[in-house]
Design a protein around this ligand. Structure first.
Ligand SMILES: [Cu+2]
Length: 307
């Protein structure tokens, strides 16, 4: 199965701080992913789709939006493979917040760091083309990232520089939406009630902005911000497609939160689809965790409004 081209995301604050502090005093009950940095997608998911998902569902990522087809006449189609054994994902123990535990009662929720299909297709890999391309307007519609059952969904999304990332709270509890950026895209907002929505303008190219929640330390997502429309996120089968690519020779760069980056060169011809596959062995050294620990300036902290 191929994925479509997609984007392919004062009292309340005091309360957030208070609960964060409370959570911080509790034993850390879940091993964080090794990577420090951040759209995945279900083919055909329309922009703004916020279909609900339970944490026990199969990993099926929603783009939160689909890029309009760029104007080039070529295409790139590929698949990411994990050829070694999957390292496995830690179970998320949500005891730090009984409300989260209640939302996931009876479910076995894991940190979806490595999501591979039975035949080795690796999901949630962010794929971009290196290089400069003619300027084009970013889509006016936002990419959506959901908080549902005390996890972010999708786990990986891509947005254009200049496009908005919309973050929603579907849980009847407080989340703290914290985008940790090394490129001045950061934000930090409390969303104390369900139905709250906040949008953030992604100004600068970044691979990847890491999403976290300061209330629930297990919550993780990644946002790739790209200055051109040539990017994708691998689907549940590890496949991706880029359409509208101008003819030329390109470096294709892929990123995975646990396995890091790989590059390959591909030649795209007019009216043709170039194919390219990548393999991770599963023994790669995780990328630096440095971005995770960056601080967001106090001036960037504000409280969300109810939409
Ligand atoms: Cu949270």
């Amino acid at each position: 199965m191929k994925n479509e081209w997609r984007l392919v995301g004062a009292s309340a604050l005091l309360a957030a701080v208070s609960l964060t502090a409370a959570c911080g005093g509790a034993p850390r009950d879940e091993t964080p992913p090794s990577a420090g940095l951040e759209g995945a997608a279900t083919p055909g998911v329309p922009a703004g789709d916020t279909a609900t998902r339970t944490s026990s569902d199969p990993i099926d990522q929603s783009t939160g939006g689909i890029q309009p087809a760029p104007s080039g006449s070529g295409a790139i189609s590929g698949r990411i493979h994990l050829v070694g054994p999957s390292p496995g994902n830690p179970i998320i123990r949500m005891g730090a917040d009984p409300l989260c535990s209640r939302l996931n009662r009876g479910k076995r929720v894991v940190q979806e760091t490595v999501v591979a299909s039975a035949d080795g297709g690796l999901a949630n890999v962010f794929i971009t083309l290196d290089g400069s391309f003619p300027a084009s307007a970013a889509p006016g519609s936002p990419i959506t990232l959901n908080q549902e059952g005390c996890v972010y969904y999708p786990r990986v999304v891509g947005v254009r520089a200049g496009q908005a990332l919309e973050v929603r709270n579907a849980d009847a509890l407080m989340h703290n939406v914290h985008g940790v950026s090394a490129a001045d895209n950061g934000f930090n907002v409390s969303q104390p009630r369900d139905g709250m929505v906040q949008t953030f303008q992604m100004a600068n190219e970044e691979r990847m902005l890491r999403m976290r929640c300061d209330v629930h330390n297990w919550m993780t997502a990644y946002v790739g911000v790209v200055s051109h429309p040539y990017f994708a996120v691998s689907g549940t089968d590890g496949a991706f497609d880029m359409v509208g690519v101008p003819p030329g020779t390109y470096t294709v760069r892929i990123w995975h939160e646990r396995f890091g980056e790989l590059t390959q060169t591909v030649r795209v011809s007019t009216g043709e689809t170039a194919t390219i596959d990548f393999e991770f062995t599963g023994t790669e050294t995780p990328p630096s965790a440095g971005v995770r620990d960056l601080l967001v300036p106090a001036a960037a902290v504000h409280v969300a409004r109810t939409s």
